[in-house]
Design a protein around this ligand. Structure first.
Ligand code: NAI
Length: 253
């Protein structure tokens, strides 16, 4: 498989769920990856299975971003794909959520994407054509009473991505930027929903969530990973500033 030949990617949040699935698909398709995560052991273990390198990286830290970009640049000999994937979930209405929790969600889910785009472009410009993939959420496009901070952060990622796409186009960098908007995908991030909904098993949670999806199932990590291969590769060379929904029809109701 060679859809990702010549593509070298820095992927955040790669110790778990979607980040690891995206990394696996990139490598399966002939790409090279550098993994980062707050969970250093998890990122290193995943990198080992892919023959790749990894490092500890808190995506809310400007200094960590500078270090991660330097290390990825050295490890990969420059990179041309950035996947801003690291993120956290949060439940709470605007009345129930604390300001502290709101600020944390915005820092991890939105500020991180600003920092990643800001600093990665310096390296990516020298290795174009390039692609930035920002993992937002269907909750970045549709509001929900109990997702005040998550809605705010993920909606920010949606329009920030368009601004980055237009900036890169205006400067003729040959770097594209797009956002991805999954609905429920089977990863550990859903554990928080079990608690919030008072559900005990994964199976019960998945069934419960599937009821609200037109396709009557929830997603697998590979559903998102395949989309990222498309957006990272030159197959999508005319696609920038767009939003790709991977939601089983949820937003088509
Ligand atoms: P996950 O919980 O399996 O993985 C998230 C990863 O981000 C973890 O490895 C965690 O250690 C890392 N992380 C958290 N805070 C960090 C920080 N400050 N610095 C660096 N790494 C940090 O969750 P999943 O599902 O793989 O999430 C990936 C992205 O997909 C997130 O942005 C999430 O909001 C988004 N998403 C997930 C959906 C789902 O249903 N699984 C649906 C829509 C969006």
């Amino acid at each position: 498989m060679s859809r990702m030949t010549g593509k070298r990617a820095l992927i955040t949040g790669a110790a778990s769920g979607l980040g690891f699935a995206i990394a696996q698909k990139f490598v399966d398709e002939g790409g090279e990856v550098f993994l980062t995560d707050l969970n250093e052991d998890g990122a290193r273990a995943n990198a080992e299975t892919l023959g790749a390198k990894a490092m500890k990286h808190d995506v809310t830290s400007e200094e960590d971003w500078k270090a991660a970009i330097k290390r990825a640049d050295e490890a990969l000999g420059g990179f041309n794909v950035l996947v801003n994937n690291a993120g956290i979930g949060a439940f709470g209405s605007v009345e129930d959520d604390s300001f502290e929790s709101y600020k944390k969600v915005v820092a991890v889910d939105l500020d991180s994407v600003f920092l990643g785009c800001k600093y990665a472009l310096g390296v990516m410009k020298g290795h174009a054509p390039g692609s930035i993939i920002n993992i937002s959420s269907i909750a970045g496009l549709l509001g929900q009473a109990e997702l005040a901070s998550y809605n705010a952060a993920k909606a920010g990622v949606w329009l920030l991505t368009k601004s980055v796409a237009l900036h890169c186009a205006k400067r003729r960098y040959d770097i594209r930027a797009n956002s991805v908007h999954p609905a429920f995908i089977k990863t550990p991030i859903l554990d928080g929903m079990k608690e919030a909904l008072g559900i005990e098993t994964d199976e019960e949670l998945h069934k419960n969530l599937a009821r609200g999806i037109p396709l009557k199932c929830i997603g697998e990590p590979d559903d998102v990973a395949y989309a990222c291969v498309y957006l990272a590769s030159d197959e999508s060379k005319f696609v920038t500033g767009t939003e790709l929904k991977i939601d089983g029809g949820l937003s088509a109701w």
